[in-house]
Design a protein. Structure first.
Length: 251
């Protein structure tokens, strides 16, 4: 991606929709109230302040805040739909995907308009573009990738969680709750760093170390082994896809 406006808006979306919210479980995403929508709008407001220090047209504000306005309307519709029984819990993954795709389409439209209008020209040099690329790439590899996994593929964790509970009851060593999510974020960040310096083969080191640490549980639990493999492949695919989207094919 070479459109700095698009990258800046995507960074705002990731911060407001995934990092700044007090909670981001799939269920919480369906019942957010107006204060949480205001939190989502906060990064866009900061971006407006940044733009105000350059050549700024007041009409730009309407376009920059368009994703925040859409978020408010979408969340209002979701609260009504689930409250009236139009959607059920089984529809959460599809609603999540539709929600994010709709916002991304609007962000893309806004970015194309603002880019054509010359917004953020002072951030369009080589250093500015690199900053926004790295910001987007780093943020996308963190909580958003975790939430996509738990929302779309979380059903595969049920068997592994049940076996973990049984293992705890048997007195086997237990793991800290939430540790897996932190490990996933850290492994993707390290793999992303390797990708940025062109050392794609080094990703295998991370996978080998992770497998070694989980070997005993993998060998004892077929369900956990399947869940582990799905999560590992998800992390690898996320790093590769996001790297190609952000930086393009390596030369």
């Amino acid at each position: 991606m070479t459109n700095t406006v698009l990258l800046a808006l995507l960074v705002c979306h990731l911060l407001g929709d995934f990092y700044f919210q007090p909670s981001r479980s799939s269920r919480f995403n369906l019942v957010r109230r107006v204060p949480h929508n205001l939190i989502y709008a906060l990064p866009y407001a900061v971006l407006l302040i940044y733009l105000a220090f350059g050549s700024f047209d007041s009409s730009v504000a309407l376009f920059v805040l368009a994703p925040a306005a859409l978020r408010l309307m979408v969340d209002t519709f979701k609260r009504w739909s689930f409250g009236e029984g139009l959607f059920k819990e089984k529809h959460v993954p599809a609603v999540f995907v539709a929600d994010q795709l709709l916002l991304l389409v609007v962000i893309l439209m806004v970015a194309n308009h603002l880019h054509g209008a010359g917004a953020m020209q002072r951030a369009a040099d080589e250093n500015g573009l690199l900053f926004w690329r790295l910001a987007f790439f780093t943020l996308a590899l963190g909580k958003p990738t975790n939430i996509v996994f738990t929302t779309l593929l979380g059903r595969f964790a049920e068997g592994a969680t049940a076996e973990k509970a049984a293992g705890d009851a048997d007195g086997r060593p237990r793991t800290e709750d939430g540790a897996g999510a932190v490990v996933g974020i850290l492994e993707r960040l390290v793999m992303g760093a390797f990708a940025c310096i062109g050392q794609f083969a080094a990703m295998g080191i991370i996978m080998a170390a992770k497998t070694l640490a989980r070997y005993s549980r993998i060998s004892e639990s077929p369900r956990f082994a399947e869940y582990y493999l799905i999560g590992t492949l998800h992390s690898i695919l996320a790093v590769i896809i996001l790297f190609l989207l952000t930086f393009g094919w390596p030369h």
